[in-house]
Ligand binder design. Structure first.
Ligand code: ZN
Length: 159
């Protein structure tokens, strides 16, 4: 069976950046199952998997513009520490939920000084070229429920 819209596809994958650093991987976890053609993966990755079948392997590099966008300096903000009331210790790498013009989003602390906390609202993968190493493990028909929900049920899926 070939991968096409509305098929349930199970993949083993490893995601690395330009330096070969592993950013995410299904190794050591269960493979990822997703409903193809329903916006569950980055479109460029789904496009590369189109027409493939079990046992096929792809290596694909996806530019930031086709993944999580460019990294933008204007999404980095300096915030007075006084606005972090109730948080006793603020450390680099901590993540907070912030409310902005585009609704709720996650920001990551990138710098801490006595009075000013620098946070970055860019997606953690923004500005990175994503290298996906993917092996197709399974391809099957979706159930009616899965098609209605537009995601996979059962092993490797959402619920
Ligand atoms: Zn569901």
């Amino acid at each position: 069976m070939k991968i096409e819209k509305d098929k349930v596809v199970t993949i083993d994958y490893t995601l690395t950046d330009d330096h070969g650093t592993v950013l995410d991987s299904s190794k050591g976890h269960q493979p990822l199952a997703y409903l193809h053609g329903n916006g569950n993966l980055i479109p460029a990755l789904e496009h590369s998997l189109e027409g493939k079948s079990v046992g096929n392997h792809i290596d694909v590099a996806i530019a930031p513009a086709d993944a999580y966008g460019e990294w933008e300096q204007e999404r980095v903000k300096e915030i007075p520490r006084s606005q972090f009331s109730g948080v006793e210790e603020i450390e680099v790498g901590m993540q907070f939920s912030a409310r902005g013009n585009e609704g709720e989003h996650t920001v990551t602390v990138t710098k801490v000084s006595p009075d000013i906390i620098t946070v970055d609202a860019n997606h953690p993968l923004a500005g990175k070229t994503l290298h996906f190493d993917v092996t197709v493990v399974d391809v099957r028909h979706a159930t009616d429920d899965e098609l209605a929900h537009r995601h996979v049920h059962g092993p490797g899926g959402h619920h």
